[in-house]
Design a binder for this molecule. Structure first.
Ligand SMILES: C=C(O[C@@H]1C=C(C(=O)O)C=C[C@H]1O)C(=O)O
Length: 109
């Protein structure tokens, strides 16, 4: 059996480079995920205040016209950022559904 040395293949260097790149990219992914969590926490702080305001003034928990505007706006932003607009819409709808649930709870619906 012939042995393959590092010098023959350079595979060890490729592996080391791949590991470094993977660690670098995952470091950025971790930072981005942390930013998303912090941004979402701030957004929910605002929407909780909106929920209290709506409950106080007997306004409905959901505002479909406002949601349509936001979705339209987010789809355009996504297109410009080369993000799938359908994904952006799904993501926003997911968040809004949770917000409406909170508003209903605050209003005691
Ligand atoms: C936060 C609000 O309440 C709901 C939640 C929304 C949101 O999360 O962006 C948008 C519209 C409403 O259905 C609002 O009316 O502004």
């Amino acid at each position: 059996m012939t042995e393959r040395t590092t010098a023959d293949t350079g595979q060890d260097e490729v592996d080391a480079h791949a590991k470094e790149e993977l660690a670098r990219l995952r470091g950025s992914i971790d930072n981005i995920d942390a930013a998303i969590v912090h941004m979402l926490a701030e957004r929910f702080k605002c929407t909780q205040e909106v929920g209290r305001l709506k409950a106080e003034f007997r306004l409905p928990p959901a505002d479909p016209a406002r949601e349509r505007e936001q979705i339209e706006r987010l789809r355009l932003l996504a297109e410009n950022a080369r993000l799938d607009p359908a994904f952006a819409e799904k993501f926003l709808n997911f968040i809004i559904a949770e917000v409406i649930r909170h508003h209903e709870r605050i209003a005691g619906v």
